[in-house]
Design a protein around this ligand. Structure first.
Ligand SMILES: [Zn+2]
Length: 238
């Protein structure tokens, strides 16, 4: 497989992973920068679960569609403007996972409450304005809130992750939703008393982030597992 086809395969798989693992249903998208360029592969405007590696669009950071057939996702500006702002970012995932959305709407910041949450030791900023990101200007505002971070929560909307490659961005999105889901369960179990949650200290979060963070996990069994499920492999049967 050529490196171009391998990257296309990863992008399609990343899209199918975010659908399969409940981060998105009909909406959401993953993309990857074409190495060394200001262009990126992104799926067409349909459920990420239906992404096809041979039907990706190539769009540049100014929002120009350079190749591919089909309509782009209306929120492609999230990807375009993050790639413009962050030259070291080569993978972006935007999804609408329920626990993350719930956290934004009860005014609780993300806290690190388990090992995989350690990836977010430095906090997850919130983009407060509601509504879809359908313009260059709004894409720039999301990129500004993201700053130098790896994830941003979008109030009443979803999340965006941005990392060194699309695998890490995908694993990171899955970890963030897992973390938010646990945080919501803990809030429910404590009657909504956030102070009773034994959130990790910064040092604890950094320790576990180094052990299980998305860059580590993406290179190993986390991506392997998510990809196997998204490919429809029958795990456990031989
Ligand atoms: Zn969205």
């Amino acid at each position: 497989m050529s490196s171009e086809q391998a990257l296309r395969h990863d992008v399609a798989l990343a899209n199918r992973i975010i659908e399969r693992f409940g981060l998105s249903t009909a909406f959401g998208h993953a993309s990857a920068r074409i190495p060394g360029t200001n262009t990126f592969y992104i799926s067409t405007r349909r459920s990420p679960g239906l992404a096809d590696e041979n039907k990706l669009l190539v769009i540049d950071t100014d929002g120009k569609i350079l190749s591919g057939e089909g309509t782009p996702n209306s929120e492609f500006w999230i990807h375009a403007r993050i790639y413009a702002a962050r030259p070291e970012v080569n993978g972006v995932v935007h999804a609408h996972p329920l626990a993350c959305i719930a956290l934004t709407q009860i005014g609780e910041p993300h806290r690190v409450v388990h090992n995989q949450g350690g990836a977010f030791a430095h906090g997850v900023p919130e983009y407060e304005r509601v509504g879809l990101i359908r313009s260059r200007e709004l894409g720039d505002l999301v990129a500004q809130r993201l700053g130098k971070g790896i994830a941003v929560m979008m109030r009443g909307h979803g999340i965006t992750t941005a990392l060194a490659d699309v695998r890490a961005a995908t694993v990171s999105a899955c970890f963030l939703e897992e973390s938010a889901d646990l945080q919501m369960r803990m809030l429910a179990a404590t009657g909504g008393d956030a102070k009773r949650i034994r959130a990790f200290t910064r040092e604890e979060a950094e320790l576990t982030g180094g052990q299980t963070g998305p860059s580590v996990a993406a290179a190993g069994r986390a991506w392997e597992y998510y990809a196997a499920v998204a490919e429809g492999l029958l795990l456990g049967s031989r």
